[in-house]
Structures are given as structure tokens and as C-alpha cells.
Design a protein around this ligand. Sequence first.
Ligand code: UDP
Ligand code: MG
Length: 333
Amino acid sequence: MQQLSDHATSAPQAPGPSFSRVKDVTLSVVVPLYNEELVIDAMYDRLTMALRDCVDSYEIVMVNDGSRDRTLQLALEICRRDKAVRLLNFSRNFGHQIAITAGMDRCRGRCIVVIDADLQDPPEVIAQMLEKWREGYHVVYGVRAQRKGETWFKRVTAKAFYRFLRRMTPVEIPVDTGDFRLIDRRVLSELYRMREQARFVRGMVSWVGFKQAEVQFVREERFAGETKYPLRKMLRFAIDGVLSFSQLPLKVASAFGFLSALVSFLFMVYGLVQRAFYPESVVPGWASIFSAILFIGGVQLICLGILGEYVGRIYEEVKRRPLYIVQDEVNFE
Ligand code: UDP
Ligand code: MG
């Protein structure tokens, strides 16, 4: 077994393998792992079985995203038995989208597939994706025709979110797709150039373009363990998705401003007319003033909040921190 180094490996090289290394591996499968001790072995077995059937050479790139359970030990054990499995071990939890990015940065396949560790995305679907890829498509994304074992709340909000996102952005982001998709090296090499911090990978892949096709599948129940996306994280992710692909919220903010300015202008005209023609009917009117102030104040705070979300993101981007830190690498030679 390869020893894990005590020290963090030096800063990552420019993303993407050298070209000579790309040729020997047909397919890379990227699997992000966060506290998946209950599923990792079953996932490895089923994935390997599926891959052996449909491709001559493959690699599995596991990314351990700062798990606190035995995921790392189990992953190391798998790497020791099977040299086709490579492992990147993060120095802490960096998040799902970043873990996917790291796997993409280091994989060598002529095409890659990103898949969840929990077997919700059936590995057998990869064969169909490869078929489409061989037909000449650059991106083949999995569409969730049906979701099993997820709460109605998640199903309804997810459905609504993808439709909302589609209306918000000029980028064609297909509805009901996750990160389970096949990506050709050509597209991948374009993705390497996008080093933004707030990463909504499924949107970025759509943004790049090229020939895209879909494969329908039934999203299974989680094999074991529980979701790593509690409501709070899911919301954050959704906001990331909208804000990194749309400036519509900003436009809505200024629309709010115009609207309230218009309303207050009409009120002013009304007040002046009343004063000029019916001076005896003028009442103190504190209630209307009061509500107008509250209304404008509220609108201003909302707009500031929206602005703040964007400014915060700009701040994150200009710091230009590395996206992730790899503590150990296994089976990368
Ligand atoms: N994941 C990760 N880092 C995180 C959260 C999740 O690498 O901070 C991985 C997780 O191990 C799984 C995948 O991302 O392989 C998707 O997570 P999960 O299945 O919990 O999300 P859900 O399917 O419930 O949306
Ligand atoms: Mg899942």
C-alpha cells in the first residue's frame, strides 16, 4: 500500500493531465465521497461490475471530501486491491461541487462520468451514456424520469427549482438533471478554464455548449446512509445556481426601485392636487406616510440584500484562493 504523506502535497499543477496520458484510459468515473462508509464498498462492487461490461479501460477517481467516518480507510483498502481506483484526499470538507471539480481536474479518460456515491444514479446507465458518446455527442446527461425514496418536499422543490432556474437564465440548463453525466475530454478541457469559486457544475457544463444528449433513468433510493444535503445546504446550492448564471435578481431589484419611485410620485401628485383644490379636506395623514416609509425601507433592504449576495461572491472570487487542497493522492504514481 502506498504510504499517505504526512505533509500536504505541493500546490496542484494546472488542471488537466498531459495529453500523452489521456490516450490510455477510455473512461474516468469521478465519485465524490463525504461520510459514505455505509455505501462505498457496495458502490465500488456495482460500479466495477458495470464498467467491466461496457468499456475496455477505465479508472475510478474517488475524492474523499473530508469525511469524518471510515470512508478514507475503506477507500484506501479499495485502492490497495485495485490499481484502477485512484484517490484524492482533501484536507477538509470543501463541498460536493468542489469535489467533483477536483476529480475532473485529475482524471485522464477520453471521457468522464460523474456519479454519486450512494448508488442513486445507477452505474448501469453509464453503458447507455457511452453509446451516445460513441455516436458523437460531447455531453450526455442523465435525466431523472422518476425519483424514488425522496420526500415529496424534495421532489416538489427540486422540480420547481429547475424550472425556475431555466426561466432565470439565458443558459440552457436542462431540467431535472443532476451531475450524473458523461463529459467528453473536449468539453472538459474547456471546463478547466473556468476556475470560479461558486461552482454550479451542471450549469457550467451547459454553458460550455457542444453537442448534448440525454438519457432517461429512474433515480433510485439512497443505498444507505443519509443525504449530505440538508435544507440549508440545498438552499445555498440553489442560490449559487441562480446567482452564478443570472443577473435577473439585480434587475428585479432595480425594478422594485422604479416601481416604488413611481408609486411615491403618484402620491405626490395626488397630495398636491388635493392641497390646491380641496384645502379643507387635507387630513394629517400620518398613516399613509408611515406605511410609505416602511414600504420604501423594506424595498431598499431587499435590494441591498440582493446586491450583498453578489458583492459577497465578487469578494470570494477576487481572493483567488485555490478551489481545494489535496492532502494525499493514491495510485496517481
Ligand atoms: N458529497 C460530497 N461533499 C459534500 C456533500 C456531499 O462529496 O459536502 C457527495 C456525497 O458523498 C455523494 C454526493 O456528493 O456522493 C451527493 O450527495 P447526496 O447523495 O447526499 O445528495 P442528494 O443525492 O441527497 O442530493
Ligand atoms: Mg444522493
